[in-house]
Design a protein around this ligand. Structure first.
Ligand code: HAM
Length: 423
């Protein structure tokens, strides 16, 4: 197969029946999220680069190494969205958000990150995400987490653990950073080169390092909340207490910081123990944030999460289908002589009854057309020749039994419904 026909590594083509599974994930999201008042939003797949840099954070892996950024013909720097939150907040701010007002939206769609492709790590991947924007309140966080769990439950996914922590508030983070820096400075020689740089630039990013050599050091680092003050701890206690009241199970993950810089207060991840996922076991990530938008000095508060659709499907055991496939065909419309035009009209009529029809568009012998009907897996073939067309009749052949009858076209709907209903 020509290499040029292959999709770019880290991207893929999607075919039925896998596409139906994607639609199932989206429909379940619509159903569950609307119970909590979330409406759907669709934002552009590319934005001005500053929309992402300002909100996600200049020091993050995503901004430093993974964004697909390009200059358009007008000389503007644009970026394919690496995640959904920044664009959604831009759209909400653009539509106008009153002080103290709350807006709840969900989205589905492709995101783009220039990562090294691996199982569960793609360059074009798809997220289902939610954002509750405009207020800062621990009840919102607990409710948002409960909604994520309800969604996974609705899909029938168990073996999922909820990891929970807090990033604290920025006012308390300055002092906390000192504490964290003091710990890592003592062991800096054992850190990887990237982490040695992070020590000065953004010490919290060290907690997110996946290098094996750094792991043990990170495991013994101080718990984030132990370095934070009263405001961060009180907010977190309220979230936890509300989760307890709602019966949502969680595991405290005292060093979880997440890879994006807009978070403050609650952060969480949903990890799966399913074998299919291997190292990329985070099905979803989220938390509370304050997002900076270009041209505004005010930050916008909110809470949300995003689920990776590819990873959800892997956890559900849905595998990629590399073969082109069509929708199921129930009826194959064959024609002979000059009856093709009439056959196409009849096919349209049959479709108006809600029946899936393939009308043969090539001139083929009857034998070749019946072979095609079999190949499509059609339950019935309709045959229209010049005589049938003139008499307003049609021949209907049951493909499995081989039985065929000629009947008035006026009786066809009832006849087909009988045959198709019985299979
Ligand atoms: P994130 O943790 O970067 O958070 O991504 C959320 C989920 O997207 C991950 O848990 C994973 O399932 C999936 N994902 C991320 N990168 C890839 C990839 N390269 N290939 C396949 N799947 C991937 C966010 O994006 C935040 N915007 C979530 C959020 C919403 N926080 C608040 N609101």
């Amino acid at each position: 197969m020509a290499k040029t026909l292959e999709p770019i590594p880290g991207t893929s083509d999607l075919w039925e029946p896998e596409v139906s599974q994607w639609v199932r994930l989206e429909n379940a999201a619509r159903e569950v999220f609307s119970l909590y008042g979330y409406g759907e939003i669709r934002t552009p797949v590319f934005e001005r680069t500053e929309v992402f840099v300002g909100s996600i954070g200049e020091e993050t892996e995503v901004v430093q190494k993974e964004m697909y950024t390009f200059e358009d013909r007008g000389g503007r720097s644009l970026t394919l969205r690496p995640e959904g939150t920044a664009g959604v907040l831009r759209a909400i701010a653009y539509s106008g958000l009153q002080q103290g007002e709350e807006k709840r939206v969900f989205y589905t769609g492709p995101m783009f990150r220039g990562e090294r492709p691996a199982a569960g790590r793609r360059r074009q991947f798809h997220q289902i995400g939610v954002e509750a924007v405009g207020r800062s309140n621990p009840y919102m966080d607990a409710e948002c987490i409960a909604m994520a769990m309800r969604y996974l439950d609705e899909l029938g996914l168990d073996n999922v653990r909820l990891l929970l922590n807090s990033r604290g508030v920025p006012e308390e983070r300055i002092q906390a950073s000192e504490g964290m820096r003091a710990y890592f400075s003592k062991v800096s020689d054992a850190l990887c080169e990237d982490c040695q740089n992070r020590l000065q630039r953004n010490v919290w990013r060290i907690l997110d390092c996946k290098q094996e050599g750094c792991q043990e050091i990170i495991e013994n680092a101080p718990a984030v909340l132990s370095l934070m003050g009263k405001e961060s701890n009180e907010f977190f206690d309220e979230v936890v207490s509300q989760l307890d009241t709602m019966g949502v199970k969680y595991e405290l993950a005292p060093r979880l910081v997440r890879g994006l810089d807009y978070y403050e207060h609650t952060v969480f991840e949903l990890v799966s123990d399913s074998e299919q996922l291997g190292a990329q076991n985070a099905l979803a990530g989220g938390g509370r944030y304050q997002v900076s938008l270009p041209g505004s000095s005010k930050k916008v508060p909110g809470v949300g999460f995003a689920l990776g659709m590819e990873r959800l499907l892997m956890a559900l055991g849905v595998t990629e289908q590399p073969k082109a496939s069509m929708a199921d065909i129930q009826v194959y419309m064959a024609s002979l002589g000059n009856a093709k035009q009439a056959a196409f009209s009849l096919a349209e009529k049959v479709r108006s009854w809600g029946i899936h029809v393939f009308a043969e568009n090539e001139n083929k012998s009857m034998k070749a057309q019946m072979r095609a009907a079999n190949k499509f897996g059609a339950t019935a073939a309709l045959i229209l020749g010049d005589d049938e067309s003139a008499n307003n009749t049609v021949i209907c052949k049951h493909m499995e039994t081989g039985e065929q009858v000629e009947l008035p076209q006026a009786d066809l709907q009832g006849h087909l419904q009988q045959i198709l209903g019985a299979c």
